[in-house]
Ligand binder design. Structure first.
Ligand code: PLP
Ligand code: SF4
Length: 339
């Protein structure tokens, strides 16, 4: 009896710790800049905190930012700057045509054999370049009712062999919600694989709890995780440990990055990232060209430069450590390789 209670408390503590960490996420930009020793006015920070996509990052991510470095590659990914307010030709609110591919609210059926379930609109971090920064999550929000419609759609289409949980970030959901989804999907016999697209093992490594890992125990579907990491400095010791825990389930882990000016737009930066990921048991998957989403133009890398970087990467790395450079194009039947 005592043991059971102690065990429950332990589980509770484990569950609550990542959720607590999340609640304590920093939304206070001024405090952060002060801690980093940075002069506010030199950064051309965006002052309007009432914007729909405000600054947000967990403390453990902020700890990986270098002090006194206004061009730190991690800071650049999360710092709202005034450049976001400039309008640029060709940049829109739904650059990849997601809204046109919704089979039912929150379920995107764009490519053959796989569907993408927007399982939550929330994220642990707000990446300034995100193509979903304007996505009307409130309308397509995967409430339990929408899940029911999505599950019904998946059940009725035998060509669907893979379900991708994406978002937002699906690992924002509590394990009990994930358990429900996993069980519903496992009960659909033509579904073979469950893919999870998540930035949380990197951004909030404490999310990878024992109770999360237990979801994959004796699971009928083949799980696969696709991380989102852009720079080697994102991987500290805690992240190494979270990836080791994930690896212990035996699931393949891949990584996708976005090619971002001032963050990872050199072959050296990408080589360092992919070598480090390999040390953690993670293989590169995609290197995405920036989606032309309004407010992200200052991250754009020209196509010529992107190809040059790929060439240099191939000169310096084994083939399996070179990601595929792709562009997402509305209406295309797959993510288009650039070379
Ligand atoms: C990227 C994406 C997928 C997965 O594509 P893969 O090439 O299999 O990784 C599926 N559905 C949507 C809507 C996507 O954007
Ligand atoms: S974690 Fe992914 S979905 Fe969330 S803001 Fe960052 S890039 Fe966008």
């Amino acid at each position: 009896m005592h043991c059971k209670a102690a065990y429950d408390t332990l589980i509770y503590m484990k569950i609550s710790s990542w959720q607590e960490e999340l609640r304590e996420s920093s939304q206070d930009l001024l405090l952060l800049l002060e801690k980093l020793g940075l002069q506010d006015d030199s950064l051309q920070r965006l002052s309007n905190m009432q914007q729909p996509f405000p600054f947000k990052a967990p403390r453990s991510f902020l700890e990986r930012i270098e002090k006194n470095n206004p061009s730190d590659p991690l800071l650049r990914q999360i710092l709202p700057v005034s450049e976001e307010e400039l309008q640029h030709a060709g940049y829109s609110k739904d650059p990849v045509g997601d809204l046109d591919t919704q089979a039912v609210p929150g379920l995107l059926h764009k490519y053959h054999g796989r569907v993408l379930l927007v399982s939550t609109g929330a994220c642990a971090i707000h990446c300034r370049y995100c193509f979903r920064r304007h996505f009307p999550y409130a309308d397509s929000n995967p409430s339990d009712q929408n899940w029911r419609a999505a599950l019904e759609y998946i059940r009725s289409d035998q060509s669907i062999s893979e379900v991708i949980l994406s978002g937002g970030d699906p690992l924002m959901l509590a394990d009990s919600k994930l358990a429900f989804l996993f069980a519903e999907l496992a009960a659909i016999s033509h579904v073979k694989r469950l893919r999870i697209h998540s930035r949380m093992p990197v951004v909030l490594p404490s999310r990878i709890t024992g109770s999360f890992l237990a979801l994959f125990h004796k699971f009928r579907l083949k799980p696969i995780m696709v991380l989102h990491t852009n720079h080697v400095n994102e991987i500290d010791e805690k992240v190494e440990q979270s990836l080791a825990r994930l690896k212990s389930t035996g699931m393949p882990i891949l990584n996708q990055s976005v090619l971002l000016k001032g963050v990872n737009d050199s072959s050296q930066a990408l080589a360092a990232l992919n070598e480090k990921l390999f040390d953690c048991g993670v293989l590169p998957y995609y290197l995405h060209m920036l989606d032309m989403v309004q407010g992200a133009a200052h991250f754009a890398v020209a196509e010529e430069r992107a190809k040059e970087i790929m060439h240099e990467l191939r000169l310096s790395l084994p083939g399996y450590l070179v990601p595929r450079l792709v562009r997402e194009q509305a209406g295309a039947p797959y993510k288009l390789p650039l070379l």
